[in-house]
Write a protein that binds this ligand. Structure first.
Ligand code: ASP
Length: 581
């Protein structure tokens, strides 16, 4: 028997028990007479002690036990004179009568502590050691709990967990595919799924009714800070449902997870139209932990001789409460912030509502006191508030103001970590025009159903067609999204046509789905949550990487495996891949 207890288990009530523990040596402290080792496993840390006076031979063996050695110790639980209230096992220690080395360790390249001295790269290279650190381990265990609760809820609601293939077929729609050459079919390739979308729809045609899968998805996208080339979705689909059914079912799921994993009871999620979200917050995933809603100011500011506003399509302001005392320097910082190339505003205008009731703006030359008062009224300002104004092209200025609003939310401490504010954003546009390609693309994916009442605009005014598509945002982060699907062959074919596919192309790429629709397809819809992302949001952190046991780095590399890597000539030949290198 390697162990009778774990290293997180023993308490004062266990005193006098004879026990065996196994684990890793965290620290060793030799005081000449006594030598203390902290032994760690996934459950905690227990102090074990060796007495030089009572067992000199054993003491000498203990001196050899270095950091990260795996040891097995046998001894008696004794009460500690020097208790450590911070550690659950801190009331006791083990007086060791025998110790055995199970495995030796080289000195680890960084300290296995919460406050480690290891940089990012070295920790990624030795990820198995990084994963020994308590705070890293906690995140992986947290992920397990979330997954468990997701399954509990979905199983209880009659969902079936069904696997779908990883080796599928490449399609040009959506992000780029990762492809896998087929040795048996020279010159041909599989693709890894970006999501199980078409398969889960086929499962509905097959009659499975309620499906879920916690599964990996692969997207060969340009990397951003919080993106991974492979990530995990909680992928779900239901038949015989309308949007309302989906929203209720999955609002229930998120509530269940918050309650069981975090002990937080969320109240009903508010809902907002996509158009309103864009108008009021400049974002399709607004952080509604705080207000600072956009105030459209065209009527108040135009025609007073201030060319910048006169020439702008849209002028919007936000009221930063209690920020009137911002110094010149702080305002300059904000101006620099909005002028950064990533944001791209040309300047920032402000109006201070001073505590003495006076108004002071950066455009006093053009606007008199009465006019400024109207701005203040429109923005619901009180003395002590600061109005920040941006202007420009509607879409651009909304995006810029969204960034400024979030920045102000941070600066004013309004984005509280322990506050969780989910929001359903509904009725996304069906299509978006991509200038670069000079054609319409499906905003969600080509299987999303247009709203019935908008179908007539598919050709006359495509931008106006709304979809039965929804996203769930929590604290400004998109954690999931989905849609009601097209289940009619003719409409699906029409959709592909609208997206610029010829009939042959559509048939070649998605014929299997359209054919299936000819054999009795039920109305259906679903969504997918980003599992890694959801874990991060539940912990109020931004990086999803910490919740993945073996993540890729920011350049999409696995530095531990040193992958991607070249393959040898023979393999290339077998795969029928010619290289120009
Ligand atoms: N497959 C979709 C996605 O990956 C989600 C859905 O529509 O269910 O975003």
């Amino acid at each position: 028997m390697y162990r009778s207890h774990t290293c997180g288990e023993l308490r004062i009530t266990d005193v006098n028990k004879r026990v065996q523990l196994s684990g890793w040596v965290q620290t060793s402290r030799n005081f000449g007479e006594l030598l203390f080792l902290d032994v760690r496993d996934r459950y905690g840390i227990t102090q074990i002690v060796f007495n030089n006076n009572t067992n000199n031979l054993l003491f000498d063996r203990a001196k050899r036990l270095g950091r990260e050695f795996v040891i097995q110790a046998e001894g008696t639980v004794v009460e500690r004179s020097n208790k450590n209230p911070k550690n659950p096992t801190g009331d006791i220690e083990i007086l060791v009568s025998d110790v055995r080395i199970l495995s030796e360790s080289k000195t680890p390249p960084f300290t296995i502590e919460n406050e480690t001295d290891g940089g990012d790269d070295i920790r990624m290279q030795y990820r198995y050691l990084d994963l020994r650190r308590n705070e890293v381990q906690e995140k992986i265990i947290f992920r397990h709990k979330v997954g468990h609760e997701v399954r509990t809820y979905l199983n209880a609601n009659g969902f079936l967990d069904i696997e779908t293939p990883f080796l599928i077929k490449s399609t040009p729609e959506g992000a780029r595919d990762f492809v896998v050459p087929s040795r048996m079919n020279p010159g041909q390739f599989y693709a890894l799924p970006q999501s199980p979308q078409t398969f889960k729809q086929l499962l509905m045609v097959s009659g499975f009714d309620k499906y879920y899968q916690i599964t990996r998805c692969f997207r060969d996208e340009d990397l951003r800070a919080d993106r991974q080339p492979e990530f995990t979705q909680i992928d779900c689909e239901m038949a015989f449902v309308e949007q309302e059914d989906i929203l209720n079912m999955f609002e229930g799921l998120i509530k269940h997870v918050f309650k069981t994993v975090k002990g937080i009871e969320l109240s009903d999620f508010p809902r907002m139209q996509y158009d309103d979200a864009m108008r009021i917050y400049g974002s399709d995933k607004p952080d509604i932990r705080f207000g600072m809603e956009f105030i459209e100011m065209n009527d108040l500011v135009k025609g007073k001789g201030f060319g910048v506003f006169d020439n702008a399509e849209l002028v919007i302001g936000i009221n930063a409460e209690n920020a009137a005392e911002y110094t010149r320097k702080q305002l300059d910082e904000l101006t620099d912030f909005v002028k950064r190339p990533q944001i791209g505003a040309t300047g920032l205008i402000y109006l201070r509502y001073n505590n003495d009731g006076t108004l002071k703006s950066s455009v006093d030359k053009f606007y008199n006191e009465d006019e400024l008062k109207k701005w203040a009224e429109a923005a619901n300002m009180k003395p002590g508030d600061l109005l920040l104004v941006l202007c420009g092209n509607t879409d651009k200025v909304r995006k810029q103001m969204n960034e400024l609003r979030l920045e102000m939310g941070n600066r004013l401490g309004l984005r509280k970590k322990d506050d969780f504010k989910p929001l359903w954003v509904l009725d996304f546009p069906l299509l978006e025009f991509i200038e670069e390609d000079n054609r319409w693309f499906a905003m969600h994916h080509p299987f999303t159903s247009p709203k019935k009442e908008d179908i007539e605009f598919l050709y006359t005014d495509p931008a106006r067609v709304r979809a039965d598509a929804y996203d769930l945002a929590i604290n400004g982060v998109e954690v999931g999204g989905g849609s009601i699907r097209i289940y009619d062959k003719a409409l699906q074919a029409e959709m592909f046509k609208r997206l610029g596919f010829t009939e042959e192309e559509a048939q070649k790429q998605f014929g299997f789905l359209m054919n299936a629709f000819e054999y009795g397809a039920p109305p259906h819809g679903g969504l997918a949550f980003g599992f890694d992302r959801l874990c991060a949001v539940l912990n109020s952190v931004e990086t999803i990487r910490d919740f993945i046991a073996f993540p890729k780095n920011n350049s999409g590399r696995d530095v531990m495996l040193d992958s991607p890597s070249t393959i040898d000539e023979k393999q290339m030949k077998e795969l029928n891949i010619k290289t120009t290198l």
